[in-house]
Design a protein around this ligand. Sequence first.
Ligand code: 5GP
Length: 191
Amino acid sequence: MADGSWYDADIDHVIISEQQIRDKIDELAKQVSTDHTDAVDGILLVCVLKGAVMFMADFARSLGRHGPSTEMEFMAVSSYGQGTTSSGVVRILKDLDRDIAGRHVLVVEDIVDSGLTLSWLMKYLESRSPASVEVVALFRKPDAVKVQVPVRYVGFDIPNEFVVGYGLDFSERYRELPYVGVLKPEVYARS
Ligand code: 5GP
């Protein structure tokens, strides 16, 4: 970015670059399509808004180039937590629009941290009798290993820092960053 974007000034350091994200998504899509050659009805992608929206858009297009057909569903949930920590108690703000019984479901997640939201979601989806439910997460933080959520596909293991970009926000901002990075401390101080 020769001339710089408004957000570059707020970023302390980049964790994963735009190119790394692009290459990884292609790799994940190839892997998922190799593993699902028998999914004759295609794969039902379930995106959890809003953080996974960029990943969903790029991953679905990449999957389309490599193999199985996909359909897209979107859910919105709100976690009853304190500040930035999630409690695992989840309220559905937007439910699935269709029946997922008998379908191969792939949950498209932005980041798994405590894993509490995901573990609730898995139980919820499994109760609707799909043929299978699996998870692809672009990022995973170290705490995620403590929770028994089987995340079959993981893009990057990242350090235990609060990151923004590529769909991930701080107070609804920075989602449009094409990379993932850590904000400068003064950004928090002025908010
Ligand atoms: P968990 O239930 O796994 O603790 O929470 C997962 C959700 O918290 C993610 O889907 C994401 O929306 C949010 N989250 C976790 N870590 C980060 C982070 O470093 N940055 C941002 N912006 N959101 C995060």
